[in-house]
Design a protein around this ligand. Structure first.
Ligand code: ATP
Ligand code: MG
Length: 900
């Protein structure tokens, strides 16, 4: 093999890359956060992402050349983790970038020099690909570098052409591959064959601009963007069979294997895959938390939670019981701390989160796994029964309701259920799951929960020539504004007529657009002969998109109500709604502050919703609040309301806000300057929303419920301000109805219900007694049915719907009445399961060597169950009621034989 390769550690590979490009006048920049600033992706997926505004021409490059080692997470490769040798969720991408500076030839020359001089890869081991039409790149590789033509592969658009989006900068790529088996010869080079080749370096030549019609025109300033996978280069230079066995990851795998008591080198493939998944995901979660992401049920937080839960689950698969994630996390932190010192600084924080997520999940995992096994069993049986006559597709599915139950009650991310199902050859009804999810979110406010996708495309185009909307609504409730764009059914138009549903973009607006949980403002836009009712406002790419309808104005018949781009309108928000929303929003801040004071300082916001008539606050807490805590929280908020605290709103650098102790939503991305809402020390939060000027404006605050919405996340629903009156009215109506129905005064309703419940309980008890008596009578009626076998009496009978307790006492009683005897009774109570009881007298046990426990256990097997007990009295159960007759016949036959 390649004995001549120099061994380089992961950090040496990283250092040598950065130093090499530094020597070529590139500025070394630190890795950007995993939290992507780019709105099109939520995590950083490539080294170029932080430079996207420069490539798009929105930002000037601070220097013409840069080089980075960028932390990346690609969740789309999650299926490949542990299965291919080269894919991770978390990996580091080494890159060199040219912003309108050097181009193709230089990039190729340096990539070659780096690969063959710095990393000392033998030239004959490198194969390259170019885009099929890129003759220029082909010629550089062949003529300047000297690679034989048959080792330069031309690939199509799918593999070797890069675009930033539907429009924008784009260009051909060229990739470098390492050849593990040159002895196979150059005749049949197939770069897809990953047992022979690994792609390690991709060079993107950004040289065109693509317009909406896919026409490509040459860019004036051509750019270079590249990516070299650190883990892949480590695999090559450390001469190991895959990325996982490099010094960047293998120590984590070793730690996990030790905990499980496994020798990696002797482990089977399945175990190895689990260990690799752990090795990969632990790196991801440690870096995600260090970058400020916290586990939740949405967005990045959800990805984090999913990854943690996969680690826990794969730990169990290889036999680890209990908590272990922090031991592997410690190894991951040690491995990363030299390159990313911040990770050690945040160690405690990282471990706290991991520990609490792991513990929460472990608690429910076992029960969830049982339920899932049952579901899979059920689906599997059903499939086996029906597959001959039906097409299999719909039968191989776990229903949406089941998947949702697993998610909601047991905290199984949908993807985890899918993964486990897939191992069993089943799929999950994802649509059904979404339906259940929507139902839970309830109150059908999903109309504009996210922006219309049809609108999105047009807005992206608008971004090229319209300025972002200016927001004046913190101080003004009314303003004149110019109409910048009109959209109808997702397309930009110049004019629209009365009756049309439209979306509008203004140059500036007092309308608040939904964000930070606060809903968008409602109101009107009016102009000459024009009235537009606005029902919602959403923010998209810096634009405030006003959703509305042109309504006819009363009085004027001639009036056609036309809106035109360029018109000036008067924008007026609905003050009453805004005031209600503000009361609810400030109340949410006070609520968070009160929770921190009364429950725990570590309570942190997981989400919120602020509407006209209610508010909802989701927060991380490992336990439910006690009723007393709920009361105290409510009381404290009301105290702060009556103390009339003034709002103090200031814009300041984020560092200053943090120093002052302002509460921020963890994992949220803030700019350098932040808006801080301060109610004289009672509550101080970073927030872009609108608020009351003085807490007294809220009037009052009432908590309606405190519930769990997923493991570790609690939800408080409450009302504040004028909305309380609506709430009281509804409650009042309920109380009135009840007092009418029970014919008592409202304050007596509770006592009346208590009495009724007591009566009900007494009646139920009486019913129990009667049931027992009935069972006795029924069993006594069976005495005459007993047969005589030799010296013994034998009775085998089906008692119908009797419950287990009654069945046992009936068995015992019948056996005693029959003297030396064997009695077997069965029943199928409401649940549909089979219960079997056997009662044998002493002589049966001693002389005939028959034992009730063993005997009935054997019989229960026929009904797909088991059980047992003492020699004289025993009970067993089974799942399959259709086999009961057969079981009783067998019992009778065996006892006739055994007793004679
Ligand atoms: P592949 O086809 O192997 O998935 P790719 O074409 O998706 O790779 P690029 O998007 O070109 O890769 O990324 C640039 C470089 O980053 C790759 O050449 C590779 O070295 C590395 N890389 C990409 N995806 C991963 C991953 N999931 N894990 C580890 N390294 C990766
Ligand atoms: Mg890929």
């Amino acid at each position: 093999m390649a004995e001549s390769l120099p061994y380089l550690s992961g950090s040496e590979i990283r250092d040598k890359f950065l130093k090499f490009y530094e020597s070529k006048q590139h500025k070394i920049l630190p890795s950007a956060s995993l939290i992507s600033e780019d709105p099109t992706v939520i995590l950083t997926i490539a080294g170029m992402l932080p430079f996207k505004p420069i490539f798009l021409g929105q930002q000037k490059a601070p220097q013409p050349r840069a080089t980075t080692s960028q932390k990346c997470i690609r969740t789309n490769d999650i299926e490949n983790v542990g299965r291919t040798a080269r894919h991770h969720t978390f990996f580091e991408m080494l890159g060199n970038f040219s912003f309108g500076d050097y181009f193709k030839e230089q990039a190729i020359e340096w990539a070659w020099e780096l690969s063959t001089q710095v990393y000392q890869l033998p030239p004959e081991r490198i194969v390259v690909s170019v885009f099929q039409d890129d003759n220029e790149a082909f010629a550089i590789w062949r003529d300047k570098i000297g690679i034989p033509a048959h080792r330069i592969q031309r690939l199509g658009e799918e593999d070797n052409y890069w675009t930033m989006g539907a429009t924008g900068p784009c260009g051909p790529c060229s990739e470098l591959y390492y050849d593990f088996h040159p002895e196979l010869g150059d005749e049949n080079i197939d770069l897809e064959d990953d047992s022979r080749f690994i792609e390690f370096y991709n060079l993107v030549f950004m040289q065109y601009n693509q317009d909406a019609e896919r026409n490509r025109t040459p860019l004036e300033n051509k750019n270079i963007d590249t990516g070299l996978g650190l883990e892949r280069m480590a695999q090559i230079l450390q001469q190991v069979p895959n990325n996982y066995e490099t010094d960047l990851i293998f120590p984590i795998i070793k730690t996990a294997a030790e905990i499980a008591g496994i020798d990696y080198s002797k482990a089977d493939e399945k175990t190895k895959t689990s260990l690799k998944v752990i090795g990969d995901h632990v790196r991801s979660v440690v870096h995600m938390i260090a970058d400020g992401i916290s586990a939740s049920n949405v967005g990045r937080g959800y990805i984090l939670r999913r990854l943690i839960r996969r680690v826990v689950r794969h730990g169990r698969l290889i036999g680890i019981d209990g908590n272990f994630i922090n031991k592997v996390a410690e190894t991951a932190i040690t491995l990363s701390e030299s390159a990313y010192p911040a990770i050690r600084e945040r160690e405690e924080f990282i471990k706290n989160q991991l520990q609490s997520e792991e513990s929460q999940f472990l608690k429910t995992l076992e029960r969830g796994e049982k339920l899932l096994a049952e579901i899979i069993n059920r689906v599997g049986t059903f499939r086996a029964m029906r597959s001959e006559s039906f097409r299999e597709t719909s039968l191989q599915r776990i229903s949406g309701v089941d998947a949702f139950k697993l998610y909601d009650t047991y905290g199984f991310p949908l993807e985890l259920t899918q993964e486990i199902a897939e191992e069993q050859g089943l799929t999950v009804d994802v649509e059904g799951f979404e339906v259940e999810m929507k139902k839970q979110r309830g109150r059908g406010r999903d109309s504009h929960e996210t922006i219309d996708l049809t609108v999105q495309g047009s807005i992206d185009k608008l971004a090229e020539h319209i300025h972002p909307t200016e927001f004046s609504g913190y101080t003004e409730l009314q303003a004149t504004a110019k109409i910048e764009a009109v959209l109808v059914e997702g397309k930009t138009v110049e004019t629209a007529e009365v009756g049309t549903e439209i979306q509008l973009i203004l140059d500036s607006t007092p309308f608040y657009a939904e964000s930070g949980g606060q809903i968008g403002d409602k109101g009107y836009l009016s102009g000459d002969n024009l009235l537009i009712r606005i029902t919602d406002v959403q923010k998209e790419s810096g634009f405030f998109v006003h959703y509305g309808k042109i309504v006819p104005q009363s009085g004027s018949l001639r009036d056609r109500g036309t809106v035109k781009v360029g018109d000036t309108v008067n924008a007026t928000i609905d003050r009453a709604s805004r005031r209600r929303v503000q009361a609810n929003h400030t109340a949410t801040h006070l609520l968070q502050a009160a929770l921190k004071k009364i429950v725990d300082d570590s309570v942190s916001q997981a989400g919120s919703l602020v509407e006209c008539d209610r508010l909802r606050f989701d927060f991380n807490s490992p336990r439910a609040l006690t009723p007393d805590e709920v009361k105290q929280v409510e009381k404290l908020v009301n105290t702060w309301i009556s103390e009339a605290h003034e709002a103090d709103v200031n814009i300041m650098p984020i560092e200053e806000a943090k120093a002052k102790g302002a509460t921020a939503m963890f994992g949220e991305k803030y700019g350098d300057e932040v808006r801080v809402i301060d109610f004289s020390g009672v509550s101080m939060e970073l927030c872009g929303g609108t608020h009351v000027h003085n807490t007294a404006e809220i009037g009052a605050f009432k908590i309606i419920s405190e519930t769990g919405i997923s493991s570790g996340v609690r939800r408080i629903e409450a009302v504040a301000g004028a909305a309380i009156l609506d709430y009281l009215e509804v409650r009042d109506k309920v109380v009135k109805e009840l007092s009418d129905k029970f014919k008592v005064k409202p304050e007596e309703v509770s006592e009346r219900v208590n009495n009724l419940q007591a009566e009900l309980k007494a009646t139920q008890k009486e019913l129990e007694v009667i049931k027992q008596e009935l069972a006795v009578a029924k069993s006594d009626g069976l005495l005459s049915q007993a047969e005589t076998v030799g010296d013994f009496k034998l009775l085998v009978a089906n008692m119908g719907e009797m419950d287990a307790k009654s069945l046992q006492s009936a068995g015992e009683r019948l056996q005693q009445k029959l003297g030396e005897s064997a009695v077997v009774l069965a029943s199928i109570p409401r649940g549909g399961k089979v219960i079997l009881v056997a009662a044998f007298s002493q002589k049966v046990i001693k002389e005939k060597k028959l034992q009730a426990g063993k005997f009935i256990g054997g019989i229960a097997k026929i009904c797909g169950g088991g059980g047992g007990g003492r020699p004289n009295l025993a009970q067993a159960g089974g799942r399959d009621a259709s086999k009961l007759e057969e079981a009783l016949e067998t019992a009778k036959k065996q006892l006739i034989e055994g007793l004679s």
